[in-house]
Structure formats: structure tokens, C-alpha cells
Design a protein around this ligand. Structure first.
Ligand code: FAD
Length: 250
């Protein structure tokens, strides 16, 4: 149905679809496919695409994965009513620039399992120019132990982020992700590569990595904040986040 009719649409929680004005011929519900479960084995946590933000917030395995950054990212999105309905599938396939979850999921190196398309990393998926005409079935995250830091800066508790950040250090490898710049979440690749080569980063290594991140990521102005303000926020919170995952005082 999805491939035959360009106006047919997959239904996640339906919250964002409800706010959009595009014409829809058929809404395709996935609720009978058992995609609303969080499962785990020795190596992976598997999230069905219909798992809600509230499930992510309260899941015990996610609360202990990399400092619980995915649960924390969910916790600050609207109230429980919205979190009970909004899904992880709708969040990923909507590819929103403001998304807090995409930032945390990139830091966890999430992998996406589709009905037709071969498995992709979230990074590969977000790099695609257009969303795929496919069904996202599940999301896989490695259970590699490590530390994590998530921070959302917004004008009020329930507002969209002016900037959000997620930093993870797992098995000696770093992920530094900044979202709502206001562009979609992006990894600071040069900064990550720099830190990956250092066994015990010092304060000056952290400052150098923060500077690299600021040079490679782009920031811009919109109604919420100016480019300069976003850049300064990123400077402060990337440094704090790195100190937190490395175990230095900040
Ligand atoms: C009032 C409000 C405030 C919000 N504030 C924030 C915020 O502060 N931070 C934040 O990060 N997010 C925020 N969100 C976004 C929210 O977290 C969800 O990302 C958003 O609602 C989309 O999820 P959904 O389940 O409602 O998706 P839907 O609206 O159902 O779908 C969104 C898109 O994804 C597609 N889709 C859904 N599921 C699949 C699937 N399995 N396979 C393929 N395509 C699929 C749909 O066809 C559609 O194109 C907010 C949303 C609302 C309504």
C-alpha cells in the first residue's frame, strides 16, 4: 500500500501528522504487528518502532545504558500524555531538526531495521536527502557499557530545544552529538577522532576537542536564538559533557 500510492502514509503516534497539512489517502496503522516492545539479549537492546517516548523514559535497561541518555532525552519532551502517544518510529522517520531523541540515538550509534531496505545506521539514514518509502520496524542499540551525558537547553521546560547535546564514551570511543543548531543532530567527527586516540584526556585535550567541535559544526539563527548564542552554549556544554563522561569535575 505504501509503495503503490504516494499519498498513503504510515501512522506512528499520529501527533506530528495531525499538525501537518499534507493530503493523505490512506493511513497505514502498525499497531497489530507487535512493534511496541522493548527486548534485549546479551549484546543488543531492540526497540520496536511503535515504542512510545514514555516507554523509553521508564525502561530499566535504557535508564542504565550510557548514563540513561535516551531516557533523559525522552523525559523532557512535553507531558506524560504526549509521551504516551509519540513513538520512536515517528521521531526517526520525521527527521526533525529540533529532535532531542535523534541526538541521544546518534550518540548511542543506533541501527535501523526496515521492512525492505537493508539495515542502516541512524547516521547513514539521516544523511539521505529524502526519507525512505519504507516501514521502520525496529531500532537496535549495542549494550556496550560506558558513560553518557545529555543536556537540552530551552526557554521553558516544555519548549523545543534551543540546542541539545549528547555525549557518550563507550569502550574508549567517543560520540559528541549536537542537535537543534537548529539543523538536524550531527556528530562532531573531528573532535571524536581526536579524543579516540587519547587514552586519558586532560583538561587541555578537552578544550582542544571542544574547539574542533565548534569549528566543524554549523550553527544558525532562528526565532529562538542567534547563531552566536548557540555557539557559546555548545562551547560550554560540550566541555561540561566531556568532563562528565571522562570523570573530571566541572
Ligand atoms: C506538541 C508537540 C511537542 C513536541 N515537542 C518535542 C520536543 O520538545 N522535543 C522532541 O524531540 N520532540 C518533540 N515532539 C516530537 C515528538 O517527540 C515526536 O517525534 C513526533 O510527535 C512524531 O512522533 P509520532 O509518533 O507522533 O509520529 P507520526 O506523527 O505518527 O509520524 C511522523 C512521521 O513518521 C512517519 N512514520 C511513523 N512511524 C513510521 C514507521 N514505523 N516507519 C516509517 N515511517 C513512519 C509518518 O508517516 C510521518 O511521516 C513534539 C511533538 C508534539 C506534537
Amino acid at each position: 500500500m505504501l509503495t503503490e500510492d504516494p499519498k498513503s502514509v504510515i501512522l506512528g503516534g499520529g501527533l506530528w501528522l495531525r499538525l501537518s497539512f499534507s493530503e493523505v489517502s490512506t493511513l497505514i496503522g502498525l499497531e497489530k504487528l507487535g512493534l511496541d516492545r522493548i527486548e534485549e539479549d546479551d549484546q543488543w537492546i531492540k526497540l520496536g518502532s511503535q515504542v512510545t517516548l514514555r516507554d523509553l523514559q521508564t525502561s530499566t535497561p535504557l535508564q542504565s545504558l550510557a548514563g540513561g541518555i535516551l531516557s533523559q532525552a525522552s523525559e523532557h519532551i512535553m507531558g506524560i500524555g504526549v509521551r504516551n502517544v509519540a513513538t520512536i518510529g515517528g521521531t526517526i522517520c520525521g527527521r526533525y531538526g529540533f529532535s532531542d531523541l535523534l541526538t541521544a540515538l546518534l550518540a548511542l550509534d543506533a541501527r535501523l531495521v526496515f521492512f525492505k531496505t537493508e539495515e542502516l545506521s541512524l547516521k547513514q539514514y539521516l544523511a539521505k536527502k529524502k526519507p525512505l518509502r519504507d516501514i521502520l520496524l525496529s531500532i537496535r542499540i549495542r549494550k556496550t557499557p560506558g558513560a553518557g551525558y545529555f543536556h537540552k537547553i530551552s526557554t521553558t521546560a516544555l519548549d523545543f530545544a534551543i540546542l541539545n547535546l549528547a555525549i557518550a564514551r563507550r569502550a574508549g570511543k567517543y560520540k559528541i552529538v549536537v542537535g537543534s543548531r537548529p539543523g538536524i543532530a550531527k556528530c562532531a567527527e573531528n573532535a571524536m577522532e581526536y579524543l579516540d586516540q587519547i587514552e586519558n584526556p586532560s583538561e587541555s585535550d578537552i578544550l582542544k576537542a571542544t574547539q574542533l567541535a565548534l569549528e566543524e559544526l554549523t550553527f544558525s539563527t532562528n526565532l529562538k536564538a542567534t547563531q552566536e548564542y548557540r555557539q557559546e552554549l555548545a562551547r560550554v556544554y560540550v566541555e561540561r559533557g566531556l568532563k562528565a563522561v571522562i570523570g573530571l569535575e566541572y
